[in-house]
Design a protein around this ligand. Structure first.
Ligand SMILES: *[C@@H]1O[C@H](CO)[C@@H](O)[C@H](O)[C@H]1NC(C)=O
Ligand SMILES: *[C@@H]1O[C@H](CO)[C@@H](O)[C@H](O)[C@H]1NC(C)=O
Ligand SMILES: *[C@@H]1O[C@H](CO)[C@@H](O)[C@H](O)[C@H]1NC(C)=O
Ligand SMILES: *[C@@H]1O[C@H](CO)[C@@H](O)[C@H](O)[C@H]1NC(C)=O
Ligand SMILES: *[C@@H]1O[C@H](CO)[C@@H](O)[C@H](O)[C@H]1NC(C)=O
Length: 448
């Protein structure tokens, strides 16, 4: 009798566990068709308008026109319709097999006031757009980042974009794989149109993913489209490549690293990173975060090991610099780790957040390595986006929002305290860093 009741209790509990623990994941969805826009070479109207940070108190406005006779000029001011300032920039275009792009215009505005809405129009004609500049520099200034990866252009991408639009972020960080054009260039144009409603209002900062390379050996070089359309402030951060750069905003120093360009200790990227980290002053920017595409830590079965070589080269450097968080994409799922260094939990290590679930056509990566490694604190294969809200120099929250059809559901929320405010001694001697680097580079493939 007792045994029977135990068994039936067990069955009942199992059923309850089954019915509550399993989130029913909606399927992947196809590409959406972006509302048509002028492809006629006489169309002077600005398309694919987006803004990026371009050094202290500067913003770059970028757009495309089908007409090649449209001026690279932005008129702007703090009141709608009153353009008391103007700036002129540069124009470029490219061809890719039979595809001939329109003309891309890039214009730097400034100096601008902090935390201020500017109204602007491109090429001397309407429509009017507006953007808000980020909050002022300062170690305790609050700022909110939207964080996305692997967006593409499906109904799920639209859902992600709609949810971000409601959050009123200051700056967006995109961990790579933008358009999923995959050699079909018109999809870069439709991606530019798709993101314009957010990207024309707040700085949209990108790093590259594998889908952005679009190289055809001996015929077409890498990143032609990506570099032409999404030039980032690399010169402003003393980098010589659009594929890696840094910027500072409020009390945060952000490293945008390149997973698809050289990263070994003899590479230009590595030398630039060393020099850039040497300039960071944690009194002024208590937070140090990095964004890259191929994750160094993830317990999904997809793309295992693809970030290992970059991790071996750069992890000791980032650990020595006391980087707080690394955001990555590539895996189409969400995962958050404890602070880690050399595969082990370390209170002075880095929090790794995988946010490659923006909504692209390839769908989700649903297979995980089991049991879940101790360092993996939360993992789920659903579409969504992240919010990184810095309150001051010591406290920030991280929230992952899972996309439901109509609402964005906050599904993982955690407080993160900055390493710069920690009472631990997190400094590493350079000899132990070099030893760690040597050990890491001779490491066998990771055993998860
Ligand atoms: C930015 O401006 C808004 C309103 O215009 C104000 O409430 C907020 O405190 C400002 N933020 C900073 C950091 O100055
Ligand atoms: C690049 O940056 C340097 C200083 O950081 C500046 O002098 C130079 O004019 C910049 N070049 C371009 C093309 O913006
Ligand atoms: C960092 O910035 C603080 C505040 O401005 C300043 O007092 C300090 O000298 C700076 N540190 C370095 C190494 O420049
Ligand atoms: C930062 O914000 C947190 C949360 O509101 C608060 O507990 C903490 O005292 C603040 N720290 C500073 C230095 O203002
Ligand atoms: C912190 O650790 C480093 C490296 O182990 C050591 O050189 C330094 O003396 C320590 N600092 C303090 C204040 O203990």
């Amino acid at each position: 009798m007792k045994v029977v009741s135990l068994i039936s209790t067990y069955i009942l509990l199992s059923l309850v566990a089954l019915s509550t623990a399993q989130y029913i994941r909606p399927p992947k969805r196809g590409r959406i068709s972006i509302p048509s826009f002028g492809r006629d070479s006489s169309t002077p109207a600005a398309q694919q308008v987006h803004v990026t940070l371009a050094g202290p108190n500067r913003m770059k406005v970028s757009w495309m026109t089908m007409s090649f006779n449209s001026p690279s000029t932005v008129e702007y001011g703090v009141a709608s319709g009153v353009y008391d300032s103007a700036a002129t920039g540069v124009a470029t275009s490219y061809t890719y097999f039979l595809y001939k792009s329109g003309e891309f215009h890039h214009v730097i505005l400034g100096p601008l006031n902090d935390n201020t809405t500017y109204y602007y129009r491109c090429g001397g004609i309407g429509p009017e757009f507006s953007f808000k500049t980020p909050p002022p520099a300062g170690p305790h200034v609050p700022i909110t980042f939207a964080v996305v990866g692997d967006l593409g252009q499906t109904e799920w991408t639209q859902s992600t974009i709609d949810h971000i639009q409601k959050m009123d972020h200051d700056v967006l960080l995109n961990a790579g794989d933008l358009s999923y054009a995959d050699f079909y260039e018109p999809l870069w144009d439709s991606f530019g149109q798709l993101v314009q409603p957010i990207a024309s209002k707040r700085p949209w900062m990108v790093t590259q993913g594998n889908h952005d390379v679009e190289e055809i050996t001996f015929i077409i070089g890498p990143f032609i489209s990506y570099n032409t359309r999404w030039p980032m402030p690399y010169n402003e951060s003393s980098s010589t490549s659009n594929l890696y750069y840094s910027f500072e905003v409020a009390g945060v120093h952000v490293l945008m690293l390149g997973s698809y360009t050289g990263y070994s200790q003899s590479s230009p990227q590595y030398s630039w990173l060393q020099a850039d980290l040497a300039k960071v002053n944690r009194t002024l920017t208590p937070w140090l975060v990095a964004v890259l595409h191929a994750p160094w830590y993830n317990s999904n079965t997809a793309h295992q090991g693809e970030g290992d070589a970059m991790m071996a080269a750069m992890e000791p450097l980032l650990r020595q610099a006391q980087v707080d968080i690394v955001f990555a994409g590539h895996i189409h799922a969400y995962e958050r780790t404890t602070r880690l260094y050399l595969k082990n939990p370390d209170p002075c290590g880095i929090v790794y957040i995988n946010i490659g679930d923006g909504g692209n056509r390839e769908g989700l990566a649903t297979e995980y390595i089991n049991p879940q490694p101790v360092w993996s604190l939360f993992r789920e294969a659903s579409f969504g986006h992240g919010e990184f809200g810095v309150l001051n120099g010591t406290h920030a929250y991280w929230t992952w929002h899972r996309n439901e059809d109509t609402e964005s559901v906050s599904s993982d929320t955690v407080w993160i305290t900055s390493l710069s405010s920690s009472t631990l001694n997190c400094s590493v001697s350079s000899s132990s860093r070099i030893a760690a680097a040597a050990a890491a580079s001779s490491k066998e493939p990771r055993d998860l």
